[in-house]
Ligand binder design. Structure first.
Ligand SMILES: Nc1ncnc2c1ncn2[C@@H]1O[C@H](COP(=O)(O)OP(=O)(O)OP(=O)(O)O)[C@@H](O)[C@H]1O
Ligand SMILES: [Mg+2]
Length: 766
């Protein structure tokens, strides 16, 4: 334990606990994108109405109507599904206004904690349990992999209310009313079918609502001014109904898509969720690659947003790097803190923050600070932030009383050292790490690799203790991969330069016309240079050039089987109308022997007729935009077609302010990918040349992206290239498994039982 400064009240003994449960579960719920919803979304989606024109070749392509639709290549005998991207907005909380405070309002730190959030009450929903799926379990302490015997299925997490509107009654700083007066009374609960029954029978979005008249007056007895006033009122009412209907549409788009992947958390994931959300513990949860840290973090953020739904700015979502931040819809830790590069000493940084009203407010309002990919946070930065929090908040408790929810895997990429002569300092080595983090929880179930043998090989790689048998097994993976389809394994490189070279070389081999897609950037930051800098970390590039046949990766979660990391091939460029035609007429086309769509006379005639009709409809209108149609191959070999239209990426402050936003087609080239961009991804086919690897953790990050040995090619495997930092090994060695602390029966304990034993008295007694 370290002394943090005067006035710190240490309420808890520092504990490091790891949980090892053997129960887990999984579910898959494929849901298809709705055409009608999609069309509406395209009308309203900012990307769909991008002000930047696409290249002229794109527009040209739209002006001609082909005599028959272009054939869709397809493998023989595979099942096909055709989808459009759901252009719903990001899954972030909705906007709300910032409230400014006077410094004196926070002289007493109790002011910050007085308005307790509403207790989180999970709904008692039960769903049918999915078929059991087996995942390997890795116990770090034993270095051995045991296949799990029993499978438990926890209940489905409560439905998301992520996009609940913000409170309209934010507490005013000059008011003396207690905080409870500013909270809206709880809404009476109702059953969904009753709510539906009360709804008007007409479609409110389409129907024209007659505005109410203010006063019933005799029409023959009106003055000119009264008529004028009435007209004004009618216009006002009409505008209001228009606005309401627009808002309704926007809300329906910003609702988390029904199609987004849903995962049933395992018991150990649920244990962490409950400790964070219900018990407000400051927690660091870790685990090897593929143990579901990111899945869990997304669920925690969702639940915290429900817990603090009246005050969304109480949760700050951050990550160590711009890319990681962009992936969870947050900002970098630096950006949240308002410290620029953060090189100065704490007193200067505090002065800097105090001068910046917005940054100071963030520090004052935050109750929960989420930090993702903590392995890349520098230890000195962690200490600085801890002290800044105490000083700005005038609160002597660790991190100024802010609850920390931290995740990452220190065996993966380390912090970037500041100077060439200074070694990277991990955040667990920060002086204030142990005083801030109340519990460290180890996730042990590997979901990404279902083959226990492969998971064990990767675990040896992670720990840097590779047995001769494992070296041999990795060397056997040097053979080329052959899947008998048109998708290649994605090659992972340590540098961006190598990635760009590899992708451009492959692109140059394709003969088709190049289509260019420019991103549309926006946001509150007006300085274009600063905005570009922020967006440079975004997974979506400012410009993407594509050709028919290009291998691409989806960089947004669309639904259960079309997720961030899905690999596919561009098979055509088309506008929505043509795509709709394919969707509705899909059954009329049969795949023929060479993988192309058949064009027998009948269907060709039907196609010509349909397209002719479309051409008349479009006559006079601006040519529709064309988007890449991508054929994704799923793990089970089935193909799915997706028309990839722009999606949004946001860099959003806790108060909802969107600092920068990018709308772009959700694709990147995927013949090659940098290890940095691949961090966090799950890939079916991966190729790595280990000789290129130079940084600690890189080999492990690269190889652990693969889901199976069959989908992994490793060339020049050399155990010397698998570098592990000794301090990291030491840190993980000291983690005490909860099984070692509790009796062996605890291994079978349910999440709730575990949490009973996880309470403060128990932990204090350790
Ligand atoms: N409870 C779960 N049930 C089924 N699958 C899960 C569960 N949790 C995670 N997964 C799946 O396991 C894979 C890895 O999950 P995730 O990316 O969250 O792991 P991670 O620990 O963040 O890995 P990394 O350290 O590489 O970032 C994903 O395909 C995810 O969908
Ligand atoms: Mg992750």
């Amino acid at each position: 334990m370290h002394a943090v400064g005067k006035g710190i009240r240490y309420s808890k003994v520092i504990r490091r606990i790891s949980i090892n449960l053997s129960a887990y579960s999984s579910t898959a719920r494929p849901v298809l994108a709705e055409t009608a919803m999609f069309k509406k979304a395209v009308n309203d989606h900012p990307g769909g109405t991008t002000s930047k024109p696409l290249q002229s070749n794109l527009l040209r392509a739209n002006t001609t109507v082909p005599s028959k639709p272009p054939p869709l290549p397809q493998s023989v005998g595979v099942k096909r599904k055709i989808e459009m991207t759901n252009s719903g907005t990001s899954s972030l909380g909705s906007l709300h206004s910032t409230v400014y405070f006077d410094e004196n309002d926070f002289d007493d730190d109790l002011d910050l904690d007085i308005d307790e959030p509403l207790p989180y009450v999970p709904p008692k929903t039960t769903i049918p349990k999915p078929d059991p799926v087996k995942y390997p379990t890795i116990d770090l302490t034993s270095d051995k992999t045991e296949p799990t015997e029993t499978v438990k299925y926890p209940d489905l997490p409560p439905p998301s209310q992520e996009h609940a509107p913000p409170s309209s009654s934010v507490q005013l700083p000059w008011s003396s009313s207690p905080p409870s007066h500013f909270q809206a009374p709880p809404k009476p609960r109702t059953l969904p079918w009753l709510a539906k029954a009360n709804e008007p029978a007409y479609d409110s979005k389409r129907s024209v609502v007659t505005p109410k008249r203010s006063k019933p007056t005799d029409i023959w007895n009106k003055s000119a001014s009264a008529i004028k006033e009435e007209q004004k009122e009618l216009r006002r009412e009409y505008k209001k109904t228009q606005k309401d209907s627009m808002q309704e549409t926007a809300a329906s788009h910003s609702k988390p898509s029904q199609n987004l992947p849903t995962t049933v958390l395992s018991d150990e994931q649920n244990a962490v969720l409950e400790a964070v959300v219900d018990r407000s513990k400051s927690i660091f949860f870790t685990g090897s690659a593929g143990t579901g840290k990111s899945v869990l973090m997304r669920e925690i953020i969702k639940k915290l947003r429900i817990k603090y739904k009246r005050e969304p700015d109480r949760i700050a979502v951050t990550a160590s790097t711009g890319l990681a931040a962009c992936n969870i819809g947050g900002v970098t830790l630096h950006s949240f803190a308002g410290i620029g590069l953060g090189k100065e000493a704490v007193p200067e940084l505090v002065k800097k923050i105090k001068k910046n009203q917005k940054a100071r407010n963030r520090w004052l309002r935050t109750k929960v600070l989420v930090v993702d990919e903590v392995s890349m946070v520098d230890g000195d930065l962690f200490d600085k932030l801890e002290e800044i929090a105490r000083r700005i908040r005038n609160n002597g408790r660790p991190f100024g009383g802010i609850q920390l929810v931290v995740t990452g895997d220190f065996f993966q990429l380390p912090p970037v050292p500041e100077g060439s002569n200074r070694e990277a300092k991990f955040s667990f080595a920060a002086a204030t790490w142990n005083t801030t983090i109340q519990h460290t929880i180890l996730l042990t179930h590997v979901f990404r690799q279902r083959d226990p043998e492969f998971a064990a090989m990767l675990n040896e790689l992670r720990l840097g203790k590779i047995s001769p048998a494992t070296v041999e097994a990795f060397r056997k993976l040097a053979r080329p991969l052959n899947f008998h389809d048109e998708l290649d394994a994605t090659e992972l490189f340590p540098t961006r330069y190598e990635v760009e070279n590899a992708n451009s070389a492959r692109m140059a081999r394709l003969s088709g016309e190049m289509m260019t897609f420019n991103a549309v950037d926006s946001g509150t930051i007006q300085d274009p240079q600063y905005r570009d800098k922020l967006l440079s970390n975004c997974m979506a590039p400012p410009v993407i050039n594509l050709k028919k046949g290009a291998q691409v990766m989806l960089i947004k979660n669309m639904e259960d089987s079309l997720v961030n990391g899905s690999i596919g091939r561009v098979v055509a460029f088309m506008d929505e109308a043509k795509f709709d035609w394919y969707r509705t007429n899909d059954s009329e086309f049969q795949a023929n022997g060479d993988g192309q769509m058949s064009d027998d006379e009948d269907s060709a005639a039907r196609a010509r007729k349909k397209l002719k009709g479309m051409a008349y409809q479009e006559a006079g209108a601006a040519p529709a935009r064309q988007w890449p149609l991508v054929c994704f191959v799923q793990p089970d070999g089935t193909e799915r077609h997706l028309l990839c239209q722009p999606e949004a990426w946001k860099i959003e402050l806790p108060n909802g302010e969107v600092q920068a936003q990018r709308a772009q087609v959700p694709l990147i080239l995927a013949w090659a990918l940098s290890i940095h961009k691949a961090q966090g991804q799950t890939l079916q086919r991966v190729k790595v040349d280990l000789n290129r690897v130079f940084e600690k953790g890189q080999a492990y990050v690269a190889l652990s992206r693969a889901t199976s040995k069959e989908g992994l090619q490793v060339t020049r495997f050399d155990p010397q290239k698998v570098m592990v930092h000794p301090k990291v090994t030491e840190f993980y060695k000291n983690l005490v498994s909860i099984n070692q602390v509790l009796n062996p029966k605890a291994k079978k304990a349910s999440a709730s039982k575990l949490l009973d034993e996880f309470d403060d008295d128990f932990l204090d007694s350790l």
